[in-house]
Design a protein around this ligand. Structure first.
Ligand code: NDP
Ligand code: OXD
Length: 265
């Protein structure tokens, strides 16, 4: 399922297993009647992971290479060289070091970026500077000239991109949110862009999707937006993965990518 109507799953008397057609499960766990005693699995598709990393690498490179500034110069007919750092001098921070965050970090590192990440647990990732938990968040933010959000949406992460956290980024930092719209407090981003604390934002996800026609993000000169397409479910590659979990369930073997409803992801 993907975004079933609240109460729908509870109405199915013979339901045994819930398979999310997306990587995120906030669309399920938000249902107060969700049969939480049943096993819930989410989609982890290596092709989807590749797609997300393509998106993240594309957007980080755009920000790093000042693509928005050059677009504005082109529109104004201006020929001017802008300062350019080397990738090794560009500090990128990734919120969420799960399936998607770790792959994006690895690919950004391969391009030479100075990457660090943040997660809930203290687990380390070989070759990557990792920060964890509430104490680690300011450390990650304080060094991130480009911040990428790849967190699941949970009670703990809702609104995590807000005026307080954005203020901890180096002045002029840029934001990429490819996780969930509700991670971002949208008015706080607009204020941070107006003050220059944030120089640019690339957003794939929004509190309301489709983004309403009169939303200020549409025509903001410092915002690039895409319509929740960073990594969508590809039926051709997802179907065998889903089938494998159904077979595992039927044969009593351990399920892959099981969700912990108490943890929220
Ligand atoms: P995972 O469950 O594999 O990884 C989640 C990561 O977030 C883990 O590293 C986890 O920490 C960390 N995390 C969770 N809660 C917290 C917290 N409170 N504090 C700090 N870190 C936390 O998820 P995926 O990487 O597969 O996917 C991430 C999200 O990306 C999805 O939930 C979905 O919302 C979004 N998404 C968006 C798509 C798009 O097209 N825009 C497409 C696919 C996914 P730990 O490692 O310690 O458990
Ligand atoms: C997902 C998504 O969670 O596409 O898979 O957003």
């Amino acid at each position: 399922v993907w975004r079933p109507e609240p109460g729908f799953l509870a109405s199915l008397p013979n339901l045994k297993l819930i398979l999310s057609l997306g990587a995120g499960v906030d669309h399920l766990l938000g249902d107060p009647q969700l049969p939480r005693h049943l096993p819930i699995v989410r989609l982890v598709d290596p092709h989807m992971t590749d797609a997300m990393s393509e998106y993240v690498v594309l957007q980080v490179l755009r920000l790093h290479r000042r693509d928005l500034d050059y677009r504005a110069q082109q529109e104004a007919g201006v020929w001017r060289e802008l300062d350019q750092k080397n990738a090794v001098e560009r500090r990128v921070g990734i919120l969420g070091l799960g399936e998607l965050g770790q792959d994006a970090a690895k690919k950004l590192k391969a391009l030479g970026f100075d990457v660090a990440g943040w997660r809930r647990s203290e687990k380390t990732v070989t070759g990557l500077r990792c920060h964890a938990g509430a104490a680690g968040l300011p450390l990650l933010l304080g060094r991130s000239e480009i911040l990428v959000c790849l967190l699941p949406l949970t009670a703990e992460t809702e609104g995590i991109l807000n005026s307080s956290t954005l203020a901890l980024l180096p002045r002029g930092a840029a934001l990429v949110n490819a996780a969930r719209g509700a991670h971002l407090v949208e008015e706080h981003l607009l204020a941070a862009l107006a003050s220059g604390q944030i120089s640019a934002a690339v957003l794939d996800v929004f509190r309301e999707e489709p983004l309403p026609a009169d939303h200020p993000f549409w025509h903001h000169p410092c915002i690039v937006l895409t319509p929740h397409v960073a990594a969508f479910t590809n039926p051709v590659t997802a179907a065998p993965i889903i089938l494998d979990n159904i077979r595992r369930f039927e044969e009593g073997r351990p399920l892959l990518n099981r969700v912990d409803p108490a943890r929220g992801y």
